[in-house]
Design a protein around this ligand. Sequence first.
Ligand code: SAM
Length: 198
Amino acid sequence: MPAPLIDDDALDDLERELLGRVRGRVLEIGAGDGANFGAWHPDVEWIGLEPDATRRAELATRAREWRHPRAPLDAVAESIPLPDASVDAVVGTYVLCSVTDLEGVLAEARRVLVPGGRIVFVDHVIAPPRTFTRLVQRVATPVTRRVCHGCHWDRDPEPAFAAAGFVADDVQRVRVRTTPFPAEPILLFDGHAAARGD
Ligand SMILES: C[S@@+](CC[C@H](N)C(=O)[O-])C[C@H]1O[C@@H](n2cnc3c(N)ncnc32)[C@H](O)[C@@H]1O
């Protein structure tokens, strides 16, 4: 059965609800210019990471406006400048489509998380086999990689979460209307670092 078809506003609501679940020290990778600031629970101690200098400057400004005192990290998520077991959650929206080394990023997320720590990711993903959307995504990806900061339209990170040692707690898949393109499949993933017995 195809994933439910929703509009942008409904997707925003799903994202905010998901991001609002995390607590404690939260590392947001690929935080961009700070689109997610309105979603965090007031108790969150936010740490941003953003490699693009222009976006990071905007992010720093908005972080101050939202009273998050810490300056965003100038780094890629493949090499996170934080100690082992130092954050309670690692979060990212529309960033796993862009990273160079997906497995390397998830290994780093695992390293910096406390035991049992949480991951929350939202991203657009490749459509099911033998669909027109998937064909469009495959054809477009060589272009989007060049002109959209490395963005791959033909990825699905869900299998990589399990391979990196994360357990899924809540996985949602929806499709979002994106005129004039076919509806875009979106993955919303909430999970935790596996411990013995998971
Ligand atoms: C599509 S934007 C999403 C920004 C923001 N998360 C949002 O939802 O609006 C992708 C972001 O990931 C960042 N990015 C790209 N490669 C990255 C990497 N290897 N590690 C961390 N961030 C990366 C880009 O600079 C960009 O800000």
